[in-house]
Design a protein around this ligand. Structure first.
Ligand code: SF4
Ligand code: SF4
Length: 293
């Protein structure tokens, strides 16, 4: 199917289909076909997150943390099935009781699959990872949720990314981190489908204890050790980390680093809002401060 035709039927803010060659060489547990070996195309979808969710955290008036993963794909699943194909949506969440070993030879263990939705979004040309490591697009900055599905429908790849970077290296994310978890001077390059990004060195353990709007939407939330994961040295035991996941960082969209990026993005892009995102000095706490509760 032509990409434009698929995009119109799907109707999300962001729709991307990377060329399948982008996944060559990925380990099996990071390869999208591991969730649907008969798949022919990988689709990444994005939905804008409304700004109010971030403004209330910015003002400290309501503690709500926006999700970063799309999970409801009913419309697109119905569309793909109406064309005679099937698809498997992926959500990077862990259900209790998943087998820790493959159900048959040649497959990944169900609880070992770790797809990077952001990798697929970058490979599809939808955006890039900013210096802070969060996915950014030219339209919304960091304000979108992403989702991924694999289908046996053959879909033409989406157009490649435009030249140039969305992250302009302003370093507001690093400078405003109250825990100094994100280095403004040390970084590593990351390549994905012809795009090279510069990612700041980050202390993932500090982010996991950040009291400035981090959300635990992965297994790395406080108390996970009381559930079904085995934790050792503050890491999930036996966990293999992809270079994209960079140590299982939590959802930082509404954290100080994420909101610094939103404020900078809005100061440098026309997003159409009548009042600026940031109208007073940002707040920030450290976990070693007296909490006051
Ligand atoms: S999540 Fe918190 S600790 Fe980590 S970089 Fe952002 S503001 Fe700093
Ligand atoms: S705050 Fe500045 S340096 Fe950090 S990711 Fe956003 S644009 Fe890039």
């Amino acid at each position: 199917m032509a990409f434009e035709e698929f995009r119109k039927h799907v109707g999300y803010d962001l729709v991307g289909v990377p060329p399948m060659r982008c996944f060559d060489g990925l380990p099996p547990n990071e390869h999208p076909l591991s969730i649907f070996p008969d798949g022919k195309s990988v689709v990444v979808l994005g939905s804008r997150i409304r700004r109010g969710q971030f403004r209330s955290m910015e003002e400290g008036s309501l503690w709500q943390t926006p999700g970063r993963w799309l999970t409801g794909f009913d419309g697109v699943v119905r569309y793909i099935e109406s064309q005679g194909y099937e698809c498997v949506p992926y959500a990077p969440l862990d259900a209790a009781g998943m087998p820790k070993r493959p159900v048959r030879d040649g497959l990944c263990a169900p609880n070992g699959v770790r797809l990077s939705i952001e990798y697929v979004a970058v490979a599809a040309g939808l955006g890039e990872l900013g210096y802070h490591g969060m996915f950014m697009t030219e339209r919304f900055g960091i304000r979108q949720m992403l989702g991924l599905l694999v289908t046996d429908m053959e879909i033409e790849p989406s157009p490649p990314a435009k030249n140039g970077s969305i992250c302009d290296g302003c370093m507001a994310c690093a400078k405003l981190c109250p825990l100094q978890a994100l280095s403004a001077t040390e970084s590593t390059p990351l390549d994905c489908n012809g795009k090279t990004m510069k990612l700041g060195a980050i202390n993932a353990n500090a982010c996991r204890s950040c009291p400035n709007g981090v959300s635990g939407d992965s297994k790395y939330f406080a108390g996970a050790d009381e559930l079904h994961f085995e934790i050792e040295n503050n890491q999930v035991k036996g966990e293999a980390k992809s270079k994209f996941a960079r140590g299982g960082l939590p959802n930082r969209l509404a954290a100080t680093c994420g909101r610094a990026c939103i404020a900078h993005f809005e100061a440098t892009h026309d997003t159409g809002y009548k009042i600026p995102f940031r109208v007073r000095e940002p707040w920030g706490f450290r976990p070693d401060e007296e909490r006051g509760w």
